[in-house]
Design a protein around this ligand. Structure first.
Ligand SMILES: Cc1cc2nc3c(=O)[nH]c(=O)nc-3n(C[C@H](O)[C@H](O)[C@H](O)COP(=O)(O)OP(=O)(O)OC[C@H]3O[C@@H](n4cnc5c(N)ncnc54)[C@H](O)[C@@H]3O)c2cc1C
Length: 430
């Protein structure tokens, strides 16, 4: 007989959500986390999108430490000289909460505590080495040569899933599966943040940026999110493009972003409190491994469940939903007394019925849009040329819009036919 019904590896959003769900259903659960306290090794932008936590913590907006309610969204192209934004503010966000800024050190600790309160045993400061197997079936986990047994193991170890890889449960990750995330947390007084971003009370701003001023092959997106009295700012850099470039370092890109003439004033006078780096899971549906087998399931980033593509980063909501789906599968398997691969197969069906696999399948090629030369170089250049020629008064006769558009595309780095073809492909992929 196993010591636990289930062992969960990793107390990020996926693992803690799974542990809370199973403990609420009176399963005997062990949640193992290498960090102490949970969250201290984790990095996220981070905006927690959606309402996924409501399934396991009905009053989550009160029980989980949240920074600001996002009421103001921005998408900005940054060229060397200019900043071109789509700015979206809506009072609708005040009624229909869509996202909150969070600090992972606080949020993950609170989630792990909720798992503890629900009845799970939470062990921190312990790194699982691999899963334990008997006759090919996963029967628990191994750490420092010691085996702890369970009927099911949920691997929720994040974007660098060493346990799954070292145990032969998924192939190693490659450049195409991950981007590199670099992040700073900068402290500023709350009222300064409110003034600079035109916010009231606990309203928050979440902005994503295309860093189109970068030279060479490197391509990166940026993010800037307001917390209560700090700003989370970071860059997400394509690993494959960075390798192609071969010269630029990720920290140089981060530095160029915080020092950009349109970003630096937003951070002025702030105190750097934290500097971190982490892999961002980005491979989409093509990087999703087999997510269940005899005695095990894989959830969250470890399974490739993240909607990140250089323009948008959503992973925590996918992690929570997949963690809950994995937990429900184990709960049903316990009722049947059967933890075989066939019995756990309903996990995939649950995810196929949810936004997790639907989104990944529907947007299979979205990275080819968001990481394309059109998005990173041509569109920003054309927009900059066009807007500058519209707003710059020269004292000479004005030109027709069509003429300005044609002239604006001249130094976009792409021919007219290339632009038309690539734009057509982009529309199809979106
Ligand atoms: C720079 C950056 C910005 C991001 N911004 C956003 C954002 O704004 N919004 C959003 O939704 N998502 C964002 N993401 C993505 C998001 O952080 C992830 O998708 C999410 O954290 C995945 O949750 P998870 O539980 O699967 O993995 P993680 O949160 O990575 O948790 C895995 C846990 O497992 C533990 N662990 C790992 N190995 C072991 C082991 N062997 N033994 C024991 N414990 C182990 C780790 O310490 C960690 O606590 C961002 C990511 C990065 C890097």
């Amino acid at each position: 007989m196993s010591e636990f019904d289930a062992i969960v590896v990793g107390a990020g959003p996926a693992g803690s959500s799974a542990a809370i769900r199973m403990a609420n259903k009176k399963l005997n659960v062990l949640l193992v986390e290498r960090a102490d306290p949970p969250g201290s090794k984790n990095v996220s932008g981070g905006i927690l999108w959606g309402n996924a936590l409501a399934e396991i913590i009905p009053e989550w907006e009160k029980d989980i430490p949240l920074e600001r309610l996002i009421t103001h969204k921005g998408t900005t192209f940054l060229t060397k000289d200019s900043s071109i934004s789509i700015d979206f503010r809506s009072t609708k966000f005040l009624e229909n909460h869509s996202g909150y800024s969070v600090l992972r050190a606080r949020m993950d600790n609170a989630l792990a505590n909720s798992a503890r309160k629900a009845g799970a045993m939470v062990v921190t400061g312990v790194t699982v080495d691999r899963v334990a197997k008997e006759e090919g079936k996963v029967v628990g986990v191994e750490q420092d040569g010691e085996i702890i047994t369970s009927d099911a193991v949920i691997l929720a170890e994040g974007a660098n899933p060493r346990v799954a890889i070292d145990s032969g449960l998924r192939k190693p990750i490659g450049d195409q599966d991950v981007a590199i995330g670099v992040k700073q947390i900068i402290r500023l007084p709350e009222n300064t943040i409110n003034e600079r971003f035109n916010l009231k009370g606990s309203e928050g701003f979440a902005g994503e940026y295309v860093l189109s001023y970068l030279e060479g092959e490197a391509e990166a997106g940026g993010f800037l999110y307001t917390n209560k009295d700090t700003i989370s700012i970071g860059a997400v850099i394509s690993s494959s493009k960075l390798r192609e470039d071969g010269q630029t370092h990720s920290y140089d890109i981060m530095e160029s972003f915080v020092q950009h003439p349109h970003i630096a004033p937003l951070l002025e006078g702030g105190k750097l409190e934290e500097y971190s780096a982490h892999l961002v899971c980005e491979g989409g549906i093509d990087s999703v491994p087999r997510i269940y087998g005899d005695g095990y399931l894989i959830a969250g980033d470890a399974a490739g469940f993240s909607f990140s593509n250089g323009l948008m980063i959503q992973g925590m909501n996918y992690a929570i939903t997949s963690g809950i789906a994995a937990a429900d599968t184990v709960i049903e398997a316990k009722e049947r007394g059967n933890f075989s691969s066939d019995s756990l197969a309903s996990y995939e069906r649950k995810l196929e019925d949810s936004y997790v696999l639907k989104d990944l399948k529907n947007f299979r090629n979205i990275d080819k849009v968001t990481w394309s030369r059109v998005t990173h170089r041509a569109i920003p250049k054309i927009a900059e040329n066009l807007l500058y020629s519209m707003y710059h008064e020269t004292g000479r006769p004005k030109k027709h819009l069509m003429q300005m558009i044609l002239e604006s595309s001249r130094d976009s780095g792409m021919s007219k036919s290339q632009l038309i073809l690539e734009s057509y492909r982009m529309m199809r992929r979106m």
